[in-house]
Design a binder for this molecule. Structure first.
Ligand SMILES: Nc1nc2c(c(=O)[nH]1)N[C@H]1C(S)=C(S)[C@@H](COP(=O)(O)OP(=O)(O)OC[C@H]3O[C@@H](n4cnc5c(N)ncnc54)[C@H](O)[C@@H]3O)O[C@H]1N2
Ligand code: MOO
Length: 408
């Protein structure tokens, strides 16, 4: 539902996260795709095993399979080698407990044998095997169904497919998966000082690093970019870009820049005029002008131009909004607490973000800011493990205080 929350134009971090969470809906669409193409996708249904694994009693060693009750733990015993079974091979003979079979690692152990003795521990002569010593039932055999039972829940709707899950499903022969539709994001930057990579900069110009960062960060999340440009500081150019965003059928629009109070900050003006606003500012540093609205039913996250604010807003808000939109509900990001490594100071009023290194010391997690002069800048971010935050109301944060961190 769209509503204008005029008293909530300036919200706290928690309010902003709540509002995003309440107003971003999960995409309905899903598709069935081959397992090999499912890396990074979000499962659209729970998956149960339709079979057990291993599917047969399997030998874990090269050796001889015996019947435990036929082995005399005191003296030596001799057995006839009735057959040989290799991995992938099958025998349809019937054996009795006074026989044994030679088995290779990975072979299906035929009935009634229930233990395997490694070949180094037996003596073999003219088709007969001599064995002495104590052996336990089940030794060197993995029983059918020991790893996975038929009907067992393997993974859940809302889980992201990773290589380990692909391994599990491939093991069980599951080769097609129902996954959520991949979200489309329309992404543009604003500012006539911006230049595309590969072009020479004139004085006063900057490379459009925000869009390159966001494109890459979205790709890492398996989100597709539907389009977007560098938009000059002009209201009608912005209107055209937003129309194109609408035509692209994006599930989310993201912009950077043009949010401040200057005459040429047309994004702020566009939001005011053409969007339904949820909030216009958040009490965070950097990133205060972050705004969340809806344009013709499409959620619109407008990030400030400041590249440090873009980094922080991506990890603290955009990623979460996208996770919600794409139905990634199971452990999307690791959030944890760590002890801050140094005494820190700040102004009261806004939550302050820092990129930091995380270490374990004396069984405690410690987070240390990478830079105090450029807490959330590109260099700091490039070296960090986590984004951490200092509470809005505090002015001094003593060393060892626990702070909230997000793993990057
Ligand atoms: N009078 C006031 N001025 C400002 C305020 C304020 O409250 N009153 N807020 C400040 C804060 S906080 C921020 S953050 C910025 C937000 O401004 P904009 O969103 O309008 O961002 P720009 O002015 O377009 O850019 C800021 C900065 O970042 C560079 N930039 C912009 N886009 C990119 C890009 N795609 N790639 C790389 N670098 C980019 C731009 O050149 C500027 O240097 O407003 C403050 N001002
Ligand atoms: O909030 Mo701004 O992003 O401080 O620079």
């Amino acid at each position: 539902m769209i509503m204008n929350l005029s008293p909530l134009v300036y919200v706290t971090l928690d309010q902003a996260l709540d509002i995003i969470n309440q107003n971003i809906e999960e995409i309905n669409g899903s598709e069935i795709i081959p397992l090999e193409q499912s890396l990074g996708k979000i499962l659209a249904e729970d998956i149960y095993s339709f079979t057990e694994f291993p599917p047969f009693d399997v030998s874990l060693m090269d050796g001889y399979a015996f019947c435990s009750e036929a082995i005399d733990s005191e003296g030596e015993k001799e057995f006839v080698v009735a057959s040989e079974v290799y991995a992938g091979g099958a025998v349809d003979e019937t054996f009795n407990k006074n026989q044994c079979v030679k088995v290779a690692t990975g072979a299906a152990v035929p009935k009634p044998f229930d233990l395997v003795v490694v070949q180094e521990e037996v003596s073999v002569k003219e088709g007969r095997v001599k064995i002495k010593g104590k052996y336990k039932k089940g030794e060197n055999i993995k029983k059918a169904g020991e790893e996975i039972q038929k009907g067992q829940l393997l993974c859940r709707k809302g889980q992201k497919v990773d290589a380990r899950l692909i391994n599990l499903l491939a093991t069980l022969g599951i080769h097609r998966l129902k996954v959520k539709q991949t979200p489309l994001v329309y992404l543009f930057s604003t500012g006539q000082e911006l230049q595309s990579l590969g072009k020479t900069l004139s004085f006063g110009q900057l490379y459009d690093s925000n869009r390159v960062f966001l494109q890459s960060a979205l790709k890492q999340m398996d989100v597709l970019v539907a389009g977007g440009h560098i938009v000059e500081d002009d209201f009608s150019a912005l209107e055209k870009e937003m129309e194109e965003a609408k035509r692209s059928q994006a599930h989310l629009i993201i912009s950077t820049g043009g949010l401040s109070v200057g005459e040429k900050d047309y994004v702020a003006q566009f939001i005011e005029k053409c969007c339904s606003v949820y909030f216009k500012k958040v009490a965070i540093k950097p990133g205060r002008p972050l705004s969340f609205s809806s344009f013709e039913g499409i959620p619109f996250l407008s990030l400030p131009g400041n590249p440090a604010a873009v980094l922080v807003c991506f990890y603290a808000f955009v990623r979460k909004a996208l996770a919600k939109r794409m139905g990634w509900s199971i452990h999307p990001f690791l959030e944890f607490k760590a002890h801050v490594a140094i005494d820190m100071v700040k102004k009261s009023g806004r939550v302050e973000f820092y990129f930091g290194k995380v270490k374990e010391e004396q069984s405690r997690l410690r987070v240390e800011p990478i830079s105090l002069t450029d807490p959330a800048g590109a260099f700091s971010a490039s070296r960090a493990d986590a984004l951490f935050r200092l509470p809005a109301s505090s002015t001094s944060i003593p060393k060892d205080m626990l702070v909230d961190c997000i793993w990057l």
